[in-house]
Design a binder for this molecule. Structure first.
Ligand SMILES: *Cc1c(COP(=O)(O)O)cnc(C)c1O
Length: 366
């Protein structure tokens, strides 16, 4: 197993951005080389036709790596589509939900709420649980999902608030998940979902492509006419090459997936992600100046949200971390406070530096 690049190798900057976000240094190097000359073809990756054997093998490898890393069975198809996760908010109900049918949703944040809004354009929505009243600071526990709903949709990790489903609910109807911000970060039985989608720009690769994993058996059951480009079955039939795919974004994803496999796959990532999150939460809990913002048992290992106890110090702290080349920890504009995103490619050393800086900051004040 390779070791993480040191922050020196990442240009000395500790990048805690929420998305687009840090990717492995090795991926940046190889991708930039390929922009100039892909694999000694004398051509840039940006000028290679998508129907050529060169790109076909990139697409094939990316799809195969997803299948392998997620340990998907033969029913689950892998697609790389345009439009980001936000397009899936409407594409999912368009393909799965008839007008008179109901989809069940857990409302655990802004992204869930946006998925709910789009689903209402296609059928009925039953919000079976919500943590909205508390500012989305926890994952609801006691709720029932009706057996006659068409599917149950969850957002596995709530990027803005820093909550994460630690236990995937066990329901008798098909599960659909937005995994944009924690895909491939921990071991999950991915086959237990009938549809998974994730914008690539948080944990998989460059912005501009969206991963969709779909159980082909749930398709073809709605009555409405689906526009060709929106119908998953057409993309499956064409091997995710129905039209020109986002070539460069797929390529960067493939390189990141290769890196992930070299690192030891999802189980190795989970171990490192647990270590990074434990280190930072431990500091938040023990440093008198900081407070975690969500229920402890629901804390995200990808997006760590916290506040400073004296609002007056907020700007000073941001300036202080900046001096130490820590970037991207200002909280989302709707949530405030701080958010440190610890995606797969973020080295443990960056978290160690952040923790040291938090200690130094409080020491300086006293
Ligand atoms: C970032 C994010 C989205 C939006 O992704 P886009 O690719 O910008 O559409 C949706 N859901 C979650 C959970 C996210 O973190």
């Amino acid at each position: 197993m390779k070791s993480y690049s040191s922050p020196k190798e990442t240009g000395g900057v500790h990048n805690f951005n929420a998305g687009p976000s840090i990717l492995p240094k090795e991926v940046f190097e190889e991708a930039s080389q390929s922009v100039l000359n892909y694999n000694d073809t004398g051509l840039s990756i940006l000028e290679i036709g998508h129907r050529t054997p060169v790109f076909q093998s990139i697409m094939d490898e990316a799809r195969a790596l997803i299948k392998e890393l997620m340990q998907l069975d033969d029913d689950h198809e892998v697609l790389f589509l345009h439009g980001g996760a936000s397009t899936q908010f409407m594409q999912v109900p368009m393909n799965l939900l008839n007008e008179k049918e109901t989809a069940a949703f857990a409302d655990t944040g802004i992204w869930s709420a946006k998925a709910i809004k789009e689903a209402k354009l296609f059928g009925n929505v039953d919000i079976v649980c919500t943590s909205k009243e508390s500012g989305y600071t926890f994952i609801p526990k006691d709720f029932a999902v009706p057996n006659d709903a068409k599917y149950f949709h969850i957002t596995t990790n709530n990027t803005i608030y820093g909550t994460q489903w630690q236990k995937i609910p066990n329901v008798s109807i098909p599960m659909v998940a937005d995994m944009s911000s924690d895909i491939l970060s921990r071991q999950i039985n991915f086959n237990s979902f009938d549809l998974i989608y994730a914008g690539a720009q948080k944990n998989i690769g460059a912005a501009g492509v969206n991963l969709v994993v779909v159980n082909k058996n749930i398709l073809g059951k709605v009555k409405r006419a689906i526009p060709t480009i929106m119908d998953y079955r057409n993309h499956i039939k064409e091997g995710s090459m129905l039209n020109t795919p986002p070539v460069f974004a797929v390529y960067v994803s493939m390189l990141t997936l290769r890196w992930l496999k070299n690192m030891g796959g999802v189980s190795a990532m989970e171990k490192l992600n647990n270590e990074k999150a434990a280190l930072l939460y431990n500091e938040i809990d023990n440093n008198p100046l900081f407070t975690g913002t969500v229920a402890k048992e629901d804390r995200s290992k990808m997006n760590v949200c916290f506040t400073i106890n004296d609002k007056e110090h907020e700007e000073k702290f941001l300036a202080f971390v900046k001096q130490h080349n820590i970037i991207g920890i200002k909280g989302h504009r709707t949530a405030g406070g701080f958010r440190a995103s610890l995606y797969n490619a973020l080295p443990l050393t960056s978290v160690q530096v952040l923790v040291e800086v938090m200690k130094d900051f409080v020491a300086k004040l006293s």
